[in-house]
Design a protein around this ligand. Structure first.
Ligand SMILES: *Cc1c(COP(=O)(O)O)cnc(C)c1O
Length: 395
């Protein structure tokens, strides 16, 4: 029996069974559906992309996986070199893992140990209200081997602030000598409700983090690879650590990366073995995932995805902004993301089935109806998604 995510199994609707998928389309036995959410925001090139599929097959003919403990291989070397060139600034040190949540854990460990390696006690993490950084919980805490986890013994705490500069300044004034990092989903908070905020907040955060030697972490698991209309928000404001996942492999295989700058790496690079980063996911640097990521980045650059995303944003604005209904609180568009927020989540009940009948797969949550489309989508397909959303309110 499959235990499905985020569901009360007792009353969940039967999931739609997918028999085939190609481009932006999912196929069930009786319907052809545009995937308006890119399989949880990762499937940016669409399904069954011949080059991505071929890259994985080709690597599988060679080998599928070897561990990175004591071994290395060409796909992982090529991917880390590619990311070093592709990512802004001196974000040059790639630590790979198998999922976004784990990559976030790694970034938080880095930030804590960055301080302990320098003999500083800084137990607090600054984060945003409505933040979402993954679902992992307690694996290390229930472990009992001090050889692995000695660097993380101090209990840590989290301070949450809204995305407003006065709150940010106040938090730094109060806690600056206790903070090891400030972690944010930059510009767009996804699972928290597709909330959009402004760049000056991040610019001010960068200044304060530099002033007090607090590491700035951008969790770009969702926003990376163009979703906000920027390749990475890190192109605009440079973090100390960048976390990538979801679209990293074009969604073809789970993989993630925690990419650190020189300052962070240097705090671990020493004659003291206890200054090493004690982390090592079994499937880090998986060869199939690296092959998919390399091919995905090649396509992203070659096909000028950034102009595709700008066009998606234009069409989204044209179709959605100004659309009003007494049940709607706000309509938001940023890059390849569009969201209709309603006052009462009950007003979205039944929308998924309504959209299914109209050939669109969507997955509204709480008070949010949204799209995060594959970048290869055609205009008429995008318009079909927004027409479906508007039709729900115009019934
Ligand atoms: C999805 C997501 C994660 C978690 O990634 P998983 O691969 O599901 O573990 C972390 N941070 C953000 C911003 C995300 O959107």
């Amino acid at each position: 029996m499959i235990w499905y995510p985020y569901e009360q199994m007792k009353n969940m609707r039967q999931p739609y069974k997918i028999l085939d998928a190609n481009g932006v389309y999912l196929y069930t036995a009786d319907q052809k559906l545009i995937d308006s959410v890119s399989s949880w925001w990762c499937m940016i090139h669409g399904y069954k992309h011949p080059e991505l599929t071929a890259a994985i097959k080709q690597q599988a003919d060679n080998f599928c996986h070897v561990m990175l403990g004591g071994l290395t291989h060409e796909p992982v070397q090529r991917l880390s070199a590619k990311l070093q060139e592709f990512l802004p600034g001196d974000l040059d040190y790639c630590f790979f893992s198998d999922s976004g949540s784990v990559a976030v854990e790694v970034s938080l460990k880095m930030a804590l140990q960055y301080n302990t390696n320098q003999g500083r006690k800084r137990p607090l993490v600054l984060a945003l209200e409505h933040a979402y950084h993954g679902d992992t919980f307690k694996a290390m805490e229930v472990g009992d081997d001090e050889d692995y986890h000695f660097a993380f013994e101090q209990k840590s705490g989290v301070v949450h602030i809204p995305t407003q500069i006065p709150a940010l300044e106040e938090a730094f004034a109060k806690y600056h000598d206790q903070l090891n990092c400030f972690i944010v989903e930059p510009l767009l908070q996804g699972a928290g409700g597709m909330l959009i905020y402004d760049l000056p907040f991040l610019q001010r955060a960068r200044e304060l983090c530099t002033q007090y030697d607090v590491l700035l972490i951008f969790d770009e698991v969702a926003t990376g690879f163009g979703r906000t209309g920027n390749r990475f928000v890190a192109d605009l404001v440079l973090p100390d650590i960048l976390v990538l996942g979801k679209a990293l492999t074009g969604g073809y295989i789970g993989h993630a990366a925690t990419v650190a700058n020189h300052k962070v790496f240097d705090a671990f690079y020493s004659d003291n073995d206890r200054h090493a980063l004690m982390h090592g996911p079994t499937f880090m640097g998986n060869a199939l995932a690296c092959a998919a990521a390399l091919k995905g980045i090649e396509i992203f650059e070659r096909e000028d995805y950034m102009s595709k995303i700008r066009h998606i944003e234009e069409v989204s604005r044209r179709e959605l902004l100004g659309f009003a209904d007494p049940r709607i609180k706000e309509v938001r568009v940023l890059g390849g993301c569009a969201c209709i927020e309603v006052f009462d989540g009950a007003d979205l009940e039944g929308f998924q089935q309504f959209a299914y009948q109209r050939g669109v797969f969507c997955r509204p949550f709480l008070r949010y109806m949204y799209s995060m489309v594959p970048y290869i989508i055609k205009d008429e397909e995008l318009v079909q998604i927004f027409d479906t959303m508007k039709a729900w309110f115009n019934r």
